[in-house]
Design a binder for this molecule. Structure first.
Ligand code: HEM
Length: 305
C-alpha cells in the first residue's frame, strides 16, 4: 500500500504544534522541493528522538492545490463548506498549507516547528500557530474523553487513507481543520447531568448517556462507517489554550471528504425538527479550512518536477 504521511494515522501524543501558512510568492517549484525537505526534517527528528514518537503531516489547501500541483486534483478536494444557521456557523479561513507536528516532547515539537518555518520562510507567511496538548487522560477541556471512538490498528487506515484503487492519490487523506473556542464559564454552570445530555455520553467512561437526545453532540455528529460501529473519520485534534481563550483545535482525516461535511451539516442545521447540536451553544468555530495530505511518494516525486 502507498505509504501515507505518518501524522495522518498517528497514535495520540502529548503535544502538537499546528502551523497554518499562506504562500506569498509564485515559485511553486521551490515550494514543492521544500515540502519534500520538510518530510526529511520529520524523519530526522523521528530517528534522533525515538522516544518522543514524532510524527508529521503536510497538507495542501483546496485553493492552492492547483497552483502547487497543476494537473491532477483529488476528486473530493473542495473549499471548506460555508454553513450558517441562526447563531451557529462554520466560518471559513482558507489557507495554503497546514503542517501538523506531534510528539511526546514539547521541546521537539518546538524545534521541528522552528526548522520548518526557517525552511519555508522566504515563500510563506504564518497565519496561525496553535499548540495542542493532551489534557488529563485524553479529554477535551469540557471534561469529556475525546476521540475515544477513533478506529484502531488497520481500521485507522481504512477510514483515513485513500486505497490503492485510486492510482493518483493512493495513500492520501482529506483533512478538515477548525479552531473551536469554548465558553467554559457557561459550560461549567451546567450540572453534570445536563452536560451529559448535551454531549450524549457519560463523562467518566464515555458510555452512551441515558440522557442522550436527538440534539446531543454524539447523535448529531454520528456518521457511522465501515462495520457500523466506527465513525468514518479519524480525529487528530487536541485541546489548546492560554489563560484568555481555550478550546479544541479540531482536525479530521478521512478517505473521503463527504463524512465531515455531512456531520457538520447535521450539527449546524439539525434534523429539520429543531434538533441541532446543543454543544454548539457552548463552543464556536472561529476558523475552518479544507486540505489534502498527499502520500510521501507523491510529495517526493512532485518535488523533482
Ligand atoms: C469543539 C469541538 C468538538 C468537541 C469538543 C467534540 C467532542 C466530542 C466528544 C467528547 C465526543 C464523544 C467521545 C468521542 O470522541 O468518541 C465526540 C464524538 C464525536 N464527534 Fe465530536 N467534538 C467536537 C467537534 C466535532 C466535529 C466538528 C465533528 C465532525 C464534523 C465531530 C464528530 C464527532 C463524531 C463523529 C463523534 C462520534 C459520534 C458517535 O458516537 O458516533 N465532533 N465529540
Amino acid at each position: 500500500m502507498t505509504q501515507p504521511q505518518k501524522g495522518v494515522c498517528a497514535e495520540p501524543n502529548l503535544h502538537a504544534q499546528y502551523l497554518l501558512l499562506n504562500v506569498v510568492d509564485d515559485d511553486s517549484q521551490a515550494v514543492r522541493a521544500k515540502l519534500a525537505r520538510v518530510l526529511e526534517i520529520f524523519d530526522h527528528h523521528e530517528n534522533e528522538h525515538y522516544e518522543a514518537m514524532v510524527t508529521g503531516m503536510i497538507a495542501v489547501g483546496a485553493n492552492y492545490w492547483t497552483e502547487l500541483y497543476p494537473g491532477l486534483i483529488p476528486t473530493e478536494l473542495t473549499p471548506f463548506p460555508d454553513m450558517q444557521c441562526e447563531d451557529r456557523s462554520a466560518p471559513v479561513m482558507p489557507c495554503d498549507l497546514f503542517i501538523q507536528i506531534r510528539a511526546d516532547r514539547l521541546d521537539i515539537c518546538h524545534a521541528i516547528g522552528i526548522e520548518v518555518m526557517e525552511l519555508l520562510r522566504l515563500h510563506t507567511e504564518l497565519v496561525e500557530q496553535i499548540r495542542g496538548f493532551r489534557y488529563l487522560d485524553g479529554r477535551d477541556l469540557n471534561g469529556f474523553i475525546y476521540a475515544a471512538d477513533n478506529p484502531r490498528g488497520m481500521k485507522r487506515r481504512e477510514v483515513a487513507i485513500i486505497g490503492d484503487d485510486d492510482k493518483d492519490f493512493a495513500g492520501g487523506s482529506y483533512i478538515h481543520v477548525q479552531r473551536y473556542r469554548h465558553d467554559l464559564r457557561r459550560w461549567l454552570s451546567l450540572a453534570p447531568r445536563q452536560q451529559e445530555q448535551v454531549m450524549g455520553t457519560t463523562q467518566e467512561h464515555n458510555l452512551p448517556s441515558p440522557e442522550q437526545s436527538a440534539s446531543s453532540h454524539c447523535v448529531r455528529a454520528s456518521g457511522k462507517g465501515i462495520g457500523e460501529d466506527i465513525p468514518s473519520l479519524l480525529k487528530q485534534g487536541m485541546p489548546y489554550g492560554d489563560m484568555v481563550s481555550q478550546g479544541l483545535f479540531f482536525v479530521s482525516c478521512a478517505a473521503s471528504s463527504q463524512p465531515f461535511k455531512a456531520m457538520l451539516h447535521s450539527q449546524i442545521y439539525g434534523n429539520g425538527e429543531g434538533d441541532y447540536d446543543r454543544w454548539l451553544d457552548y463552543t464556536s468555530a472561529e476558523t475552518g479550512a479544507a486540505f489534502f495530505a498527499p502520500s510521501i511518494a507523491f510529495i517526493k516525486q512532485q518535488s523533482l518536477l
